[in-house]
Design a protein around this ligand. Structure first.
Ligand code: NAP
Length: 292
């Protein structure tokens, strides 16, 4: 099976490449290889490699910056997926497109199901939602949308690596305690994507690790795990604050836990608890730090 991966240099793109089954013939396309907002480049990349499946891990992910760069975010998050989907339709390829919990408004009192009404609060979420719509318009039968949340790996610029850096520089960090979601490792998501490919799962799906947390809970877990694995000093403290004490250009959903029940059934696998996935990531960082 031939699989083209866009955004191959990003956090998720790297994990998708690293977890690919041996039988897959990969065409990794980083941003420098393929700009998903460029119609001719998309058409020619898909014509040249004639993939059976395209995995779109490319995105404009700077949530706050998107508020002042709406056009740039729209080009990558909405136009790009539409172009990829149209090219896939013409060539008979499947498309697996990755989206976000930020398509929801955060007012739900239970985890969001794939079919729940959307209502993005900011430009990033709105452009990602438009991307989903364009994919499903072009590929109503064979398009797959996987919404995920709070992604991190051991190397990218994300909450885990940022917290570990701040906690090694400061005595105390203050973190928002009234926004809830689910921390998600790129490794688990990448494996779920490969299962989606293997099983031919289509439609709108949700994938995160299991459980839920506030950003504050997540930071405390990073701190404790980092300390127990010897990569953080013992005197760092984490203090909870409210969203209103930490104003940002983009409004974020207060609650964006995703209901994965249908997806776990379709894929025949459930996500691990987020704390276990975090332990594995911090263990790999601790191992790197002590490697000769
Ligand atoms: N990160 C999260 O917390 C989170 C949460 C929910 C959903 N998601 C979704 O998960 C997916 C993967 O996110 P991620 O965390 O892996 O993001 P990431 O690390 O920012 O990776 C995105 C990649 O897309 C590339 N890119 C940007 N513009 C492009 C363009 N015009 N053409 C081709 N590639 C382009 C970026 O290149 P440059 O680095 O050179 O810009 C980067 O390599 C995205 O769909 C994102 O919306 C992420």
């Amino acid at each position: 099976m031939k699989v083209l991966v866009t955004g191959a240099g990003g956090q998720l793109g790297r994990a998708v490449l690293a977890t690919a089954p041996a039988s897959v013939e990969l065409t990794p396309q980083s941003r420098a290889d393929l700009d998903v907002g460029d119609e001719r480049a998309v058409e020619s990349a898909i014509a040249c490699s004639s993939p059976d499946v395209v995995i779109n891990a490319a995105a404009y992910t700077a949530v706050d910056k998107a508020e002042s760069e709406a056009e740039a975010a729209h080009r990558v998050n909405a136009v790009g997926p539409g172009l990829l989907a149209a090219a896939c339709r013409r060539r008979g390829a499947r498309l697996i497109h990755v989206s976000t919990d930020f398509v929801f408004d955060g007012r739900s009192t239970r985890p969001y199901r794939p079919e729940d009404p959307t209502g993005p609060l900011g430009v990033y979420g709105a452009t990602k939602l438009e991307g989903e719509r364009r994919v499903l318009r072009e590929l109503p039968e064979v398009g797959t949308i996987i919404r995920t949340a709070w992604l991190y790996d051991a190397a990218g610029r994300n909450f885990v690596t940022t917290m570990l850096r701040l906690m090694s520089e400061r005595q105390m960090v203050r973190v928002v305690s009234d926004q809830f979601g689910t921390p998600t490792s790129t490794d688990g998501l990448a494996e779920a994507i490969w299962r989606t490919v293997e099983r031919g799962v289509t439609g709108v799906h949700h994938w995160t690790d299991a459980g839920s947390a506030s950003w504050y809970d997540f930071a405390v877990a990073i701190c404790r795990t980092g300390q127990s694995m010897g990569i953080l000093r013992s005197e760092v403290r984490v203090e909870p604050i409210l969203t209103e004490e930490y104003p940002t250009p983009a409004k974020r959903p207060a609650f964006s836990v995703l209901d994965k029940t249908a997806t776990w059934t379709a894929l025949g696998v459930a996500g691990v608890h987020w704390q276990d996935a975090l332990d594995a990531t911090i263990r790999s960082l601790a191992h790197e730090a002590t490697a000769p």
